[in-house]
Design a protein around this ligand. Structure first.
Ligand code: DC
Length: 233
């Protein structure tokens, strides 16, 4: 019997999934699982090996040897490891975002990562974010949220994040990458990005982080009967 509780948050890149999921997880005492980081680590491995990422056979061939693991540091932040190396920062570049999107289109990669994700949800109360959490990974999740925002609003946020990290990019470049990934993530045959039928849609185009957080808190409260700890909501 599954005694853990799961909240699935899906949506396109830049809708605010990870920062909102992280904050909700801290407020409600759940484990936050960023599944995009796992796909990014596979993307980084493929990039470093210089293989053809569009070829499922080429990507599938590296999977058996792939040594991917994840953990949490003392601050509770998820860290990704590739052959023991902490690659949590290396997986965040725009180039690796595209690699992640490419490798994530292959059913072999998705099957390879499925059990890892489900096991986390069996062992912990999780807030898991991704593209197919409510539809494929955790179809029985107690609450499913589909978080979205216009491509322009998402590009603006991503630009600010990249600028804060000192990565020089233009708005047009960021918007182009977002539109490319949206297309690829939602048009692929394997577990495409789409809202589960029973997901609650939240559009964050015109609301800021705090307001979006309040919306999610109220959904969690209503649906799961939980109260956030130490948060004024
Ligand atoms: O959430 P993110 O931007 O870090 O994800 C990186 C890529 O990984 C994204 O382009 C799509 C893919 N991904 C996926 O296919 N399924 C998931 N559950 C999470 C991410």
């Amino acid at each position: 019997m599954n005694e853990t509780v799961a909240i699935a948050i899906d949506g396109p890149s830049g809708a605010g999934k990870s920062s909102l999921a992280r904050r909700c997880a801290a407020a409600f005492g759940f484990l936050y699982v960023d599944t995009g980081a796992i796909y990014r680590t596979v993307g980084l491995a493929a990039y470093r090996l210089g293989i053809n990422r569009k070829s499922e056979a080429a990507v599938a061939a590296i999977l058996p040897e792939l040594d991917i693991s994840m953990g949490y540091n003392e601050a509770g932040e998820q860290r990704m490891f590739l052959a023991g190396e902490d690659v949590s920062a290396a997986i965040r570049t725009p180039e690796i975002s595209l690699c992640a999107s490419d490798v994530s289109a292959h059913p072999a990669v998705r099957a390879f990562l499925l059990e890892m994700q489900r096991k986390l949800a069996q062992e912990h109360n999780v807030i898991m974010d991704g593209r197919d959490i409510g539809t494929v990974v955790l179809p029985e999740a107690e609450l499913k949220i589909f978080l979205t925002a216009s491509p322009e609003a998402r590009a603006q946020r991503r630009l600010r994040e990249l600028e804060a990290k000192g990565t020089p990019v233009s708005f047009e470049e960021v918007l182009r990458d977002i539109e490319y990934r949206d297309r690829q993530d939602s048009q692929r045959a394997a577990a495409p990005l789409r809202a589960a039928e029973d997901a609650v849609r939240v559009d964050t185009s015109d609301i800021g982080f705090e307001e979006s957080f309040q919306v999610l808190c109220s959904l969690i409260r209503k649906r799961l009967g939980l109260e956030p700890a130490g948060e004024k909501v």
